[in-house]
Design a protein around this ligand. Structure first.
Ligand SMILES: [Mg+2]
Length: 230
């Protein structure tokens, strides 16, 4: 009888502990999620802009994004031998992936007016630039696909070269007659990856800050960076 009571008490303890652990796991906050959802929670916009500025100036955003770019480097290191003779390539988005528009948006008090963005003066996003160099060091091709309009090609190339991004196989910009929208961006980016695949590249992964950089296939995997600007 006493033995049965002890067994019952042990089983009860195990069940209670499991429930408590599972609840604790659910309650743990996700830093990346918190960063990206704050603007949706009705926070005072001036407070939010001060917070965004802090994330950039303190290097916190770079630290957060470097977790993703380090994972991308590990993906390269651990899988590269499987891409032998497959003409491997990596697709990079530009805005808020390799290039930062923070200075432009800060000057405009974060008004998000793309007509006024200075496309000649974007700054480098260091973790992604380190990944870009890692890609080149491993003789993997670089493909740049951006939703910027073809009319901005000259400004974009000048800006990239000034920042040390001088090597790529292809730079694809949205056709002049295509209007910007999420749907068109998705259509353009998926079809650009499809065209590169049909041209003989094997896209190891696509990296970008928006879901439109990642969805739609024609790449083996994807890596998502944090964008706190828009
Ligand atoms: Mg982007």
């Amino acid at each position: 009888m006493k033995k049965n009571r002890i067994i019952f008490a042990v089983i009860l303890l195990i069940i209670t502990t499991s429930v408590l652990i599972s609840q604790r796991k659910l309650a743990e906050p996700d830093v990346r999620c918190r960063m990206e959802t704050i603007p949706l929670q009705g926070i005072n916009i001036e407070v939010f802009h001060r917070y965004v500025t802090y994330l950039y100036k303190s290097g916190t955003l770079d630290i957060e994004n470097s977790k993703t770019t380090e994972a991308a480097k590990m993906y390269i290191d651990s899988t590269l031998d499987t891409y032998k003779d497959k003409n491997p390539a990596v697709v990079f988005d530009l805005d808020e992936t390799l290039l930062s528009n923070f200075d432009s948006f800060k000057k405009m008090n974060f008004s998000m007016d793309w007509e006024k963005v200075n496309y000649d003066s974007c700054t480098l996003i260091k973790p992604t630039f380190d990944l870009y160099k890692h890609v080149l060091d491993n003789n993997i091709k670089v493909i740049l696909i951006t939703a910027r309009n073809e009319a901005l090609r000259k400004n974009t190339v000048n800006n990239l070269k000034r920042l040390g991004i001088t090597k790529w196989d292809t730079l694809m910009l949205m056709p002049k007659d295509m209007k910007w929208s999420d749907e068109n961006t998705m259509y353009f980016k998926v079809n650009s990856r499809k065209a590169m695949t049909e041209a003989g590249y094997t896209i190891m992964f696509s990296i970008g800050d928006k879901i439109t950089d990642l969805k739609g296939g024609f790449c083996d995997t994807t890596f998502k960076l944090v964008n706190v600007l828009y």
